[in-house]
Design a protein around this ligand. Sequence first.
Ligand SMILES: [Zn+2]
Length: 328
Amino acid sequence: MATDITRRSLIQAAGAGTLAAPFILNGTPALAASQTEATMTLSPVETRSFKLGAFRIAVIRDGMRASGAPNETFGTNQPAETVGALLAANFLPADNFVNSFSPTLVDTGSDVVLFDTGLGEGGREAGMGRLAEGLKALGYGPEQISVVVLTHMHGDHIGGLTEAGAPAFPNARYVTGRTEYDFWVSPDRVGTGAEQGHKGVLAKVKPLAEKITFIEDGGEVVPGVTGINAFGHSPGHMIFRIESDGKPLILTADTANHYVLSLQRPDWEVRFDMDKAAAAATRKKVFDMVATDRIAFVGYHMPFPAVGFAEKAAEGYRFVPLSYQFDL
Ligand SMILES: [Zn+2]
């Protein structure tokens, strides 16, 4: 084996790794600085499962997307250079960022609960909407999902509710926040910035209304799974505490949407946070709790497998990704 590791050989090795990596960027070897949007397709679909007490948790990568101009999404009230500098300090490109989409399955032994449904068929052309494929890889058919929980009703969470116009999970009942549903179905959204979302909810969620259980803060989904209000990202956004045999996991959904920019600078404004001040306050409250109690969390847009811990830093929190904590 060669022991003489030069900088050049490290770069070459990294290049070879890129070619062998299970994703391609529209056939381009890297994200060019000028690239405003690129789609990453993964083959085969990625999943990660682990035990939480008597529960089986599985995270499925519905897809991932690279976008340019990070500060048009995160730190929109900051200079672009400030946002780029924080990315660079964290070994990330300053001009691009990756967004992952990770629905999570909780098999309690008596229920198979799915949290959020990805982009669905609308995302397929771009290599996303791979939830069903991921479930199959984990050994679950769509008919086995007994409960679908919607943390909130943005398109990347409700897109997979239907397949070719029919419910994608034919035997499921649904659980979601009352506040969230009432906001999106209201005709008051017509003529506002929320009109597109309103139309999406009318198409995807409202037809299922008879099978939906609407919950408030503290509402139970199934034994061991409890909803918590975490408003701000959307008007009725909810997070969930999952606990089995004294082992907790917080499903933080879209409370923080970039593992560096949202966690290290929780006050920075985010384009997709509908009430920016409320979202920042919620972010700090939730991650203070996650950090203080040293609880693992799964965040829908965190880097796959989207599970980790948060450590308090001088400013904000540092993301500590999952390694083998649940495997022993
Ligand atoms: Zn989202």
